[in-house]
Design a binder for this molecule. Structure first.
Ligand code: NDP
Ligand code: HSE
Length: 431
């Protein structure tokens, strides 16, 4: 049997999961690969905790750079996270002709382009399946299973923490802060959870999905990002009354002159399967021009689901699989313009408060009519006792964002309007 020696950098949530998985499934993996895939050294800052997880029969060090120089090691698994020391270690490992497997989406989204080039130059693999949607083999599906298609759009719930928070708020009515703290204790959240709640983690993953779907360089800086922090409970309820769920979606869509790349809370019709993806689960819809919409669902975070993807990459390496990093030939990667948020096209949920008097609605619907934008649905909440103002909710048909913004300004300028208009984007996701 062949032997593949692994150096594991970071034995925290995911690293611990990888260690355990390789132990539990040794025989199954050997039946599939005829390779003994063995972690021979672990590096972690916290040596005593590392010993608790890995035992004492294995070498453990707090010097991660020792591993990337170690001639006995064939593959480095990087599970430290971030773009500081993790990047230096990955670069050194590649320069030392070691294959690298990582779950680090921040690293790939920000530095993937240069790292893939370095890996190619050194004739090694840089594998990153676990970086998007945890245990769902979504990158493999796009690169390989859908390779015969032109991808038209991708939309996904790709952050488990925020989906967990939104689900807990909707189903159990618990507060944002309590739901976040539960997500942290379950090991879903990033070391800095603002990456989750502000949509940055989802933007990292969307960057990777878009790059592999359209054959474009990693373009993280061009992603429009809005998180879930300002989302109000009442909008979750109103959306539901109108037959929609609100999810933090990452959306990458090809249009005639470029690509839309955006992460934001989104209304989705509740009859879509993806609208019913709850808790820390992830789901991604990929629309290929030949296959039509396809849906991938599974655990998007946590020790074992993520370990499952890391180990799949190890197995690919043991089989000397030669699928290009982007799924496209490196020389065929094209820079394509990314639409500004003002130019994206989608539906919109608008909520505003107006004084309850005749003629106000007519004024507002005229604003839509003047721009030739249809109103798909409307909800008017009766004023509570002793109130003279009512909440109005309108769902628009597809519109260019700057047109909707100008309607919003006009609504806010009306004498009857109280306060600001709340805008949430809406996607139908049917075709
Ligand atoms: P953890 O914080 O649980 O694990 C990271 C480990 O690396 C910790 O034990 C940490 O020690 C150790 N570490 C930090 N700095 C160093 C260093 N300089 N040298 C050696 N060890 C170090 O993170 P996760 O396991 O959750 O995440 C790892 C990676 O996987 C990240 O890139 C993350 O984004 C990604 N990921 C995580 C998922 C999840 O569900 N958790 C899912 C998908 C991807 P200490 O704790 O003492 O700092
Ligand atoms: N913090 C991430 C999430 C981990 O909640 O989805 C998985 O990438």
């Amino acid at each position: 049997m062949k032997r593949m020696n692994i150096g594991l950098l970071g034995i925290g949530t995911v690293g611990g999961g990888v260690f355990e998985l390789l132990k539990l499934n040794t025989q199954e993996i050997q039946r599939k690969t005829s390779t003994d895939i063995k972690i021979i050294v672990v590096a972690d800052k916290n040596i005593s905790r590392a010993k608790e997880i890995a035992g004492t029969s294995i070498e453990i060090t707090d010097d991660a750079f020792k591993l990337v120089e170690d001639k006995k090691i064939d593959v480095i698994i990087e599970l430290i996270g971030g773009t500081g020391i993790a990047k230096d270690l990955v670069v050194k490992a590649i320069e030392n002709k070691k294959h690298v497997v990582t779950a680090n989406k921040a690293l790939i989204a920000n530095f993937g382009n240069e790292l893939f080039e370095l890996a190619k130059k050194n004739n090694v693999t840089l594998a990153f399946e676990a970086s998007v949607a945890g245990g769902i083999p979504i990158l493999k599906s796009i690169r390989e299973g859908l390779a015969g298609n032109k991808i038209e759009w991708v939309a996904g719930i790709i952050n488990g923490t925020t989906n967990f928070i939104l689900t807990e708020m909707r189903e159990r009515g618990i507060s944002f802060v309590k739901a976040l703290s539960e997500a942290q204790s379950l090991g879903y959240a990033e070391a800095d959870p603002t990456f989750d709640i502000e949509g940055i983690d989802a933007a990292h993953k969307l960057t990777i999905l878009a790059s592999l779907s359209f054959g474009i360089p990693m373009s993280f800086k061009d992603v429009y990002v809005e998180g879930i922090k300002t989302l109000e409970q009442k909008d979750i309820q109103y959306a539901e009354e109108l037959g929609y769920r609100i999810k933090l979606l990452g959306i990458a869509k090809k249009r005639d002159k470029g690509i839309e790349l955006r992460v934001h809370p989104t209304l989705i019709p509740e009859k879509r399967l993806i609208a019913n993806v709850n808790g820390a689960m992830n789901a991604v819809v990929v629309k290929g021009n030949m296959v039509g919409p396809t849906l991938y669902y599974g655990s998007g975070a946590g020790a074992f689901p993520t370990a499952s993807a890391v180990v799949a990459d190890l197995i690919d390496i043991s089989r000397s699989s030669k699928v290009p990093s982007y799924g496209f030939e490196n020389s065929k990667i094209n820079v394509i313009p990314i639409y500004k948020i003002e130019d994206v096209i989608c539906g919109y949920y608008l909520r505003f408060r107006v004084t309850d008097k005749p003629g106000v609605l007519a004024e507002i619907t005229k604003l839509f009519g003047d721009k030739k934008i249809s109103i798909d649905a409307m909800l008017q909440k009766e004023p509570q006792e002793q109130e003279s103002e009512a909440d109005i909710i309108m769902l628009s048909h597809l519109a260019v964002e700057q047109e909707i913004n100008s309607i919003i300004h006009a609504i806010e300028a009306l004498a009857a309007t109280v306060g600001k208009v709340i805008k949430i984007r809406l996607e139908d996701l049917s075709k």
